[in-house]
Design a protein around this ligand. Structure first.
Ligand SMILES: Nc1nc2c(ncn2[C@@H]2O[C@H](COP(=O)(O)OP(=O)(O)OP(=O)(O)O)[C@@H](O)[C@H]2O)c(=O)[nH]1
Ligand SMILES: [Mg+2]
Ligand SMILES: [Zn+2]
Length: 340
């Protein structure tokens, strides 16, 4: 009896979820149909790429004549997955807005789970991830390591950018130096720059030329400032650090693709506080610590947790000075955070 009751209730719940989904899909479709009615002279299909996604609409750049290089605001056909900066698309021109009608397959994508655990692409078709940190706000190596793991898992080459070297002084110098040298020791490229006095910018410019790169990192590290320096025509909003906390104030709210004068593209992205890695399994995470790789498979026990287990090859490597304690700590922190 109770079984039947339960299953009836379950059935009702499922029905109501399905109804809600149908209503949502229909309202999205109605919006799209209404939007189409308001358009004049829908043109033939042509290629383009996504510059910025504003939610219900996107800015795209035309790839073929007569729209080459033009930025056009577009609606997005209802059945298309969430578009992100860097996506290649098919669109149809119209007045006053165009319509995106198809998404081309992605060569690469940076993805991360949103606050509800749902996977969201961040950017597409990128070949490098520039993880930006700065003398101020204080660097968070755990966040840097999370970006490195995500990049390794996605097969996109990461590198590091230390910004605001104009602020280095005796007090900050040794801490920052040790962060830079620790990542260099692992084999990551670290480019040290200042967006204020232009120090190191030529090296950064050369490293980005002809590549498709995204700048990621904490709010306030100077991602947008660096892009404004790299591309003088670009005028992205830049915001001060909070006086109370010395943290960034989340100035950039949507990713944006910008062309580099010497070739290649750079994507500015909103600063983030945390980067969950719940979409990766333990194996993918540990493989993302590339300095661990020589020691993996050498622990005494196959199910070693690399905590206080006897015969742990990673712990031994730290004791022998072959691996950094901070990296092992960050790995453990990431693994423990997966349970929450
Ligand atoms: N001293 C110094 N300040 C800098 C430098 N680069 C950026 N800033 C300052 O740092 C603050 C934050 O810069 P933004 O470019 O807005 O930082 P962001 O990383 O884009 O921040 P979000 O968009 O919030 O993620 C601003 O007050 C900039 O003027 C630098 O090289 N040196
Ligand atoms: Mg910004
Ligand atoms: Zn171990």
């Amino acid at each position: 009896m109770s079984n039947r009751k339960l299953s009836k209730r379950q059935q009702e719940r499922i029905k109501s979820i399905q109804n809600r989904r149908r209503e949502q899909a229909e309202s999205k479709k109605n919006l799209y149909d209404k939007a189409l009615e308001s358009l004049d002279g829908l043109g033939t299909e042509t290629s383009g790429s996504v510059i910025t996604n504003y939610g219900s609409q996107v800015d795209i750049e035309g790839h073929s004549e007569p729209f080459t290089g033009q930025i056009v605001r577009c609606f997005v056909r209802a059945n298309i997955p969430t578009l992100v900066t860097g996506d290649n698309i098919v669109w149809r021109p119209a007045e006053p807005q165009g319509v995106v009608v198809a998404l081309e397959p992605r060569q690469s994508e940076l993805i991360r789970p949103d606050n509800y655990g749902k996977l969201r692409p961040v950017a597409a078709n990128i070949d490098r991830i520039g993880v930006v940190f700065a003398v101020q706000p204080e660097p968070k190596c755990n966040l840097i390591d999370r970006y490195l793991v995500a990049a390794e898992a996605q097969g996109i080459e990461p590198f590091l950018i230390l910004n605001k070297i104009d602020l280095l002084n005796q007090q900050t110098n040794s801490d920052i130096d040790s962060i830079v040298s620790s990542y260099q020791a692992i084999g990551y490229k670290v480019i040290c720059v200042s967006a204020i006095d232009n120090g190191g910018m030529d090296q950064l410019q050369d490293y980005l030329t002809d590549k498709s790169c995204i700048f990621v990192g904490q709010s306030g590290v100077g991602k947008s400032s660096l892009i404004n320096q790299l591309v003088p025509d670009n005028n992205s909003a830049v915001g001060p650090l909070s006086e109370a906390t010395n943290e960034g104030t989340h100035t950039t709210t949507a990713s944006k693709l910008i062309h580099l004068d010497k070739g290649g593209v750079i994507i500015d992205s909103p600063g983030i506080r945390e980067f969950a890695l719940t979409h990766l399994n333990q194996e993918e995470i540990i493989q993302g610590f590339k300095d661990f790789r020589p020691f993996l498979g050498h622990c005494k026990f196959r199910d070693c947790k690399h905590e206080n287990d006897a015969g742990c090859a990673l712990v031994a490597a730290v004791a022998a000075g072959k691996l950094q304690q901070q990296r092992l700590d960050n790995y453990r922190q990431i693994i423990n955070s997966l349970d929450n």
